[in-house]
Design a protein around this ligand. Structure first.
Ligand code: WTA
Length: 644
């Protein structure tokens, strides 16, 4: 937005340049970026690794001898890098975690306090028998004990597996089993919109239905004396181990730092592992280059720590750089719609990172809320999770960024670990509606079905054509779904991201959404297969298919097509049972926004459900040729049902 009487020229409207004071103080300038591009990817990524302290230096940047391993020979500890080295460097009294609790409580941890509590909890975990490589599941809301537990696990070399607190007991059980985890850190409960939710009873139910014995540790948040069952109290463990010092365990660069569940391309819940050295180098460097963070900054990534965004940019990235990170427990509009802006003002937040779905909600609530607050501490804004449209982009910049802040639209995935496509805020022009380019060290292409690059302006599949340090470990062995090779592009390593994109003539990428069965609702990646299996478990349901329908607020909504058994009516009662089955199997975040009953689902002659048609029907799009279907008539019936 240009202030004053002069109107924007079309060029100014299309391109935005970062303000000169930002450019002159940026971590990565245009000259730095050009030098990195000229130097090539090994230099880019060895520079990233140099942001960390290694117990043993790495022998090479990348070892591609059979498997893909980043920084082979290198040894390090993530908790040491995120805590101790800052305390040793004289920054022990600086803020590390600033927690903004639900009921207006706040709690801040300096780096020294963080070090003390992480050591005490690490000692407690060890005493309970947690050894190196044992997986510890963390099922917790946004309380400071969540990052503390993550860092305590990292300290003793035990990979954590964080399960989003909005998931149900059944979903937790699946994830405990999948990770073969015998330790669970949870919370008695938490408040959502002023109502207490009892997490511990969900944890108990989950533990009852898994085969292994699970040792539970409970953080008291509600403290209403309702936590039953066998468990250790987090507070008691920490006070019993007060003053303990645990040497950070040296991990191989390639050793697991954590596991995280996400949905795979076929919609199945999939376990993804991230490494200690590659992942940490990637998130530290992108925090430095993309979020322009340094030790004097206060960073607020509004994503829940239960998702990858919270892991990388609320915990590991900012703490690796010695910045302060804000952790917010509540919902953005409770108790008032100005809560977020109040938190930014009070904590003088420098960098704010959120999702387009939230920005659309802020727009709907109106600019009077941010206008009530002094947001001048903000110097950079970021978005992630889905494409940001130009209107939302301009509103965000004008009403949150004071018309001045650069915005980074960051594209990445659970599998990439950290940002791979974005602009660099001090070096690149911004184009509202486009994500930007590959970061230095990243190679990407938009390709057709046979893996050949398409011309600018043509859409195709976004692939990454060279490994990157934050890549999930499952992509490193060259097999599996992640590293699909195409038949004609021989010896060309390609990772198929599952997203469609188009590159414009200026080289900027525009994301067009998922091409596979991954569902992204309000920036949360849900598993269609998990939702479907909950629905078919409902008595009277024969078959179900779930697809994403477009939603102006949430990005996508969950649209279920359900075929009841022949003698069962598709009525309101069944619809309610379908919704509550999904809530109890996964959580309310996955409950279908709409349920359409149909006598059968569109299928190929070999009996495979054709989701493409269902997606088109859900979005009111034209279907094209349906003659390859075994039952083309069902498509017409479905269209007329939805028209009603
Ligand atoms: C989508 C979240 C457009 C994309 C970090 C991707 C985006 C999926 C953007 C990964 C963006 C993420 N523009 N789409 N800036 N960022 N996505 O694993 O479809 O929860 O494949 O990781 O979110 O979701 P995930």
């Amino acid at each position: 937005m240009v202030h004053g009487s002069r109107k924007e020229t079309p060029r100014e409207r299309r391109w935005k340049t970062p303000p000169p004071p930002f450019v002159s103080g940026a971590n990565v300038t245009t000259a730095d970026r050009n030098a990195l591009r000229d130097a090539g990817w090994p230099t880019c990524w060895s520079g990233a690794a140099e942001l960390l302290d290694w117990c043993r230096p790495f022998d090479a940047v990348l070892d591609t001898d059979g498997t893909t391993r980043w920084f082979p020979g290198g040894r390090l500890n993530a908790s040491y890098n995120c805590i101790d080295r800052h305390v040793e460097g004289g920054r022990g009294d600086e803020a590390a975690i600033i927690w903004e609790g639900k009921l207006g409580e706040t709690r801040a941890y300096t780096y020294r306090q963080l070090e003390d509590e992480v050591n005490a909890f690490a000692a407690a975990l060890r005493d309970l028998g947690v050894g190196e490589d044992d997986v510890v599941t963390l099922y917790m809301p946004m309380v400071p004990e969540l990052p503390i537990a993550m860092l305590a696990c990292a300290r003793i070399g035990a990979p954590h597996s964080v399960v989003f607190a909005g998931f149900s007991a059944d979903a937790l059980a699946t994830r405990l089993t999948g990770a073969n985890s015998e330790y669970l850190v949870t919370c008695d409960g938490y408040y959502r919109r002023g109502t207490a939710l009892h997490l511990k009873s969900m944890a108990d139910n989950a533990c009852l239905s898994v085969e292994q014995d699970v040792e539970q540790i409970v953080v008291n948040r509600l403290d209403d004396g309702r936590s039953t069952g066998d468990h250790h109290s987090y507070a008691d463990l920490v006070s019993d181990h007060d003053g303990a010092e645990i040497d950070p365990v040296e991990r191989d660069s390639d050793d697991l730092l954590f596991l995280i569940y996400t949905s795979g391309t076929t919609g199945e819940p999939t376990l993804v592992g991230h490494t200690t050295g590659g992942y940490l180098a990637h998130v530290a460097w992108t925090s430095y280059a993309v979020f322009d963070l340094g030790p004097d900054d206060t960073h607020w990534c509004s994503a829940d720590v239960g998702w990858i965004t919270g892991h990388s940019y609320a915990v590991y990235g900012p703490l690796a750089l010695g910045a302060a990170t804000v952790l917010y427990e509540g919902t953005p509009d409770h108790p008032e719609k100005n809560r977020l802006w109040e938190v930014i003002e009070r904590n003088e937040v420098d960098v704010f990172y959120t999702a387009p779905t939230s920005i659309r909600a802020f727009m709907k609530w109106g600019s009077e809320y941010p206008e009530q607050h002094d947001l001048s501490s903000l110097r950079l804004l970021g978005t992630v999770g889905e494409p940001i449209d130009e209107t939302a982009w301009r509103w965000y910049r004008e009403h949150v960024g004071g018309g001045e802040c650069p915005i980074v639209d960051t594209w990445w995935q659970t599998e990439t670990g950290g940002v791979v496509l974005s602009t660099l805020p001090g070096a690149d022009r911004m184009r509202p509606g486009a994500v930007g380019r590959e970061l230095p060290g990243i190679d990407a292409a938009v390709v057709n079905e046979v893996g050949e690059e398409v011309a600018p302006g043509e859409s195709g599949r976004l692939v990454l054509t060279r490994p990157w340090p934050g890549m999930a470990r499952s992509l490193c062995d060259g097999s599996g779904w992640g590293a699909r090779r195409t038949s004609t592009v021989r010896n060309q390593w390609q990772y198929d991201t599952g997203d469609n994109a188009v590159r414009d003539v200026d080289g900027y990428l525009h994301l067009l959404g998922r091409a596979d069965d991954v569902l992204n609702v309000s920036g949360r990646r849900l598993s269609t297969a998990e939702i479907e299996s909950a629905i078919v478990g409902v008595e009277g349901v024969a078959e179900a298919a779930v697809v994403g329908g477009t939603d102006t607020m949430k990005g996508s909504k969950v649209h279920a097509f359900v075929s009841p058994e022949s003698n069962v009516a598709g009525d309101e009662a069944l619809r309610t049972r379908v919704r509550s089955a999904v809530e109890s199997a996964i959580g309310s975040i996955a409950a279908p926004d709409s349920v359409t009953f149909t006598p059968s689902l569109p299928k190929t002659r070999s009996g495979k459900v054709v989701r493409r048609y269902l997606k088109a029907i859900a979005n009111g799009e034209t279907l094209g040729d349906t003659s390859a279907l075994r039952n083309p008539e069902v498509v017409g019936e479905l269209e007329s049902l939805l028209d009603e």
